[in-house]
Design a protein around this ligand. Sequence first.
Ligand code: CS2
Ligand code: MG
Length: 411
Amino acid sequence: MSKTKDLTIKDVRVIVSSPGRNFVTLKIVTECGIHGIGDATVNGREMAVASYLQEHVAPCLIGRNAHEIEDIWQYLYKGVYWRKGPINMACIAAVDVALWDIKGKVAGLPVYELLGGKSRRAVTTYAHANGETIEGTLDSAEALIAQGFKAIRLQTAVPGLEGTYGVLGDKKDYYEQQSSRPLPPEQPWSTRKYMNSIEALFREARDRFGDDIALTHDVHSRLTPIEAARLGKMLEPYDLLFLEDAVAAENQDSYRIIRDHTTTPLAIGEIYNTIWDCKELIQNQWIDYIRTATTHAGGITGVRRIADFAALFHVRIAPHGAPDLSPICYAAQAHLGLWAPNFGIQEFVGFGNEVSDTVFSHDLTLKDGMIHVGDSPGLGVDFDEEAAAAHPYKRSYLPVSRLEDGTLWSW
Ligand code: CS2
Ligand code: MG
């Protein structure tokens, strides 16, 4: 069937829109009229990706055969000379995912079938419970458990610190925090205050919900390896599914220190762009979950490579799923999650909001805390350019963190 269709790429469009928050969307159109879409959003640096795509990537795609996903991936990776990097890899990711979408549509099959078919019924997720107090956080967790979620991430405000990661107070998101000042909001950090308050959250969670519910926590790279080792030990009695981003690991060796001291499972990877960023973490079995996202780590092709490598070392995938990942990314990761033999869990904060629903349509559904993928050919997600045009890009930044004496810290 595909032989009769002309899959020469004739148009590549880059659309930056803000339906509730900024997204960079790539649309690849072929001569026969079949199109595919990809997500290239890099939160807070959207225009860098858009111009890289528009100016440098799009011209190289015109006239190419959309079926040649691997060759186009290599052409954009090896061929660019400047390897890796968040902007470059998000652009490769958007192209890759759009091409998988096209291939699925041409084959008349959902992408997970092209990857090797289903390994499970649906994709288990974990949801976020946040609160200004432990009680508030656990009330929010209880509501999620009532909706059917079997795994919950718990984040609660650190007493004495204004604006803890994951807790937004009276603000809906970081965009609202910047309405009067479009610059990175600044938030204080104290490791001592955090370490003195965090155990109670998990103690009370286990007291209230028992042992069946899976719990995770995101440290957002605020600790040093030895502090993270102490935290892992401290939380061992509460049996976390994983402790996320305990330490930033540009130096992957750091995780050996944590691993030497604790049996709390470890997860990392949401800001990684390639397999090279996590190679040692995986092959030394210093982590348990790798959280690379299709949007930031070279698309379905990039994350599939990481997943296959990770499987050799008992590491499972748990892709990043924050609100800055568009529904296209959610769909791509749902297809991967349905296939990957070593899938662990998918982070999930909803498929979007009322505004983004007018721009993105998709055939994913959530039931009992699991994402079910429809049987539409390709990714099963689409993007309405006209609706997007009603929501122009608006500059926005992620917050930064400072110690109480003003020293810049990891946010
Ligand atoms: C995160 C995100 O979801 C997560 O685990 O760490 O909140 C992250 O801070 C944002 O996606 C950054 O863009
Ligand atoms: Mg995180």
